[in-house]
Design a protein around this ligand. Structure first.
Ligand code: ADP
Length: 452
């Protein structure tokens, strides 16, 4: 049994973990940078420790500082949230060495899935469908050309250490290859300190569909079904929903079964998400696995009634799946999440500053995950996500009308947000008809006369 957990994160996800701990009767320790001194996680955690100045590298990503805080507070475990150190195998190892439980999978599995071309190979070996592409990292531009010719244009090159859509380029012809290869390599090296690239066939107009799984530490893995995250801007998700209009119960079961078997064989533990692209023939192709809780996890929580963060903690305490879940997974209704970012509406650049008015909507079937409040300041140093507005309805139609009314009752003043953009998406006939794919936003912005 854990008595105390340190949350190595900030913002809404830190608060989300604090909520789960409070309900489980576990004490919490928040860490914070000097910029987050007045944040809600600091206020609601039982203890709070400053780990450094605002810059990420000196605070939330400073492993010695985070571990020192954990030792001073004498915690049993660390929850890493998403982003930051959540997929850092080295951090998970340091936790293990210091006898602090890392709430996530074993370091070697994080490492395997973190090298995306190795993850591809591992999935292929276990029979999970992947896209045609290079085997391993590309040694040179010449090798990239060879693979592109064998796979057939268009192709996409991606960073092996990738994330957040960075280091990715779509290549449609041989003539473009040299320039785009160099650009992807430079971007990957700058973003991840590693310029390794690999290649995949580019799928035209795909849907992004991902499966949520939970695995205990005794080899039992269950699938909690899918989320569709096709509404993206610059390869980053804006709106997610579950179920996908395109996944039949048979397909859901088929993929769930194959993932359960694969992840059990790989030795996976804790929560994880397996991302796929769906082509126009409704075939799913693996693209990557995230070895942590996702931003969009509430969508699955709304339709399954499983508290994924509490499940993560129970699993990390060594509980078996039957006591983590108390019964089979049942899907009810339809859920949608809108990511509310503090962003300039046209330029899509972060809009930091002071929130002057903050009125979140409520009512039946509405959930808000946020650490924002009136008079609170959004520091310029971090992610621009300020709230996640999530709704459930009995079906997709009700979820859409509920989300529309909730967005209309959400008041945020002082900073620009994506609320007006979401209201327009929800009103869009193509979205309402379920004609969503990852190029939706491009067409939508063109129709609405806005800049990309
Ligand atoms: P990251 O880890 O940077 O988020 P992913 O591999 O998860 O990268 O891909 C992010 C997004 O990029 C996908 O959701 C999709 O929109 C697009 N994408 C990635 N691979 C392909 C592909 N092979 N074909 C078409 N689009 C792709």
């Amino acid at each position: 049994m854990f008595n105390k957990i340190l949350i190595a994160n900030r913002g809404e996800i830190a608060l989300r973990v604090i909520c789960a701990c409070k309900e489980l009767g576990i004490r919490t320790v928040a860490i914070y940078s000097e910029a987050d001194r007045n944040s809600l996680p600091v206020r609601f955690a039982d203890e709070a420790i400053c780990v450094g100045p605002p810059q990420l590298s000196q605070s939330y990503l400073n492993i010695p500082a985070v571990i020192s805080a954990a030792e001073i507070a004498n915690v049993d475990a660390i929850h890493p949230g998403y982003g930051l150190l959540s997929e850092n195998a080295n951090f998970a190892e340091v936790c293990e060495t210091c006898n602090i439980k890392f709430i996530g999978p074993p370091p070697e599995v994080i490492r395997l899935m973190g090298e995306k071309e190795k993850a591809r190979a591992a999935m292929k070996k276990h029979g999970v469908p992947i896209l045609p592409g290079s085997e391993g990292v590309l040694a040179s531009e010449g090798e990239a050309l060879e693979w592109a010719k064998s796979v057939g244009f268009p192709v996409i090159i991606k960073a092996s250490a990738g994330g957040g859509g960075r280091g990715m380029r779509i290549i449609r012809s041989e003539a473009e290859l040299a320039t785009l290869y160099a650009a992807a390599q430079a971007e990957a090296a700058a973003a991840f300190g590693n310029g390794d690239l690999y290649m995949e066939k580019y799928v035209e107009h795909p849907r992004h569909i991902e499966f949520q799984i939970l695995a205990d530490e005794h080899g039992n893995v269950v699938s909690l079904g899918e989320r569709e995250c096709s509404i993206q801007r610059r390869h980053q998700k804006l709106l997610e929903e579950s179920p996908s209009t395109q996944v039949t119960p048979e397909l859901r079961k088929q993929i769930g079964d194959i993932l359960s078997k694969t992840l059990s064989e790989i030795g996976y533990a804790n929560a994880g998400t397996i991302e796929f692209l769906m082509d126009k023939d409704r075939r799913l192709h693996f693209i990557e696995m995230n070895t942590r809780i996702q931003v969009e996890h509430p969508v699955t929580e709304m339709v399954t009634d499983v508290d994924l963060v509490k499940a993560q903690i129970a699993i990390a305490m060594g509980e078996k799946m039957e006591s983590v879940l108390h019964g089979p997974i049942v899907h009810r209704g339809h859920a949608i999440e809108c990511r509310i970012n503090a962003e300039h509406p046209e330029k899509f650049t972060p809009s930091a500053g002071k929130i002057t008015t903050f009125h979140p909507p409520g009512g039946t079937g509405v959930r808000i995950d946020t650490a924002a409040y009136a008079e609170g300041v959004i520091p310029p140093y971090y992610d621009s996500l300020i709230a996640k507005l999530v709704v459930r309805g009995k079906d997709r139609e009700e979820a859409i009308s509920r989300m529309s009314r909730a967005l209309g009752m959400f008041i945020v003043e002082g900073v620009h947000t994506t609320i007006p953009l979401h209201r327009k998406i929800l009103a869009d006939p193509e979205f309402r008809a379920g004609h969503t794919d990852t190029t939706f936003i491009e067409r939508f912005l063109a129709r609405n006369g806005e800049k990309k």
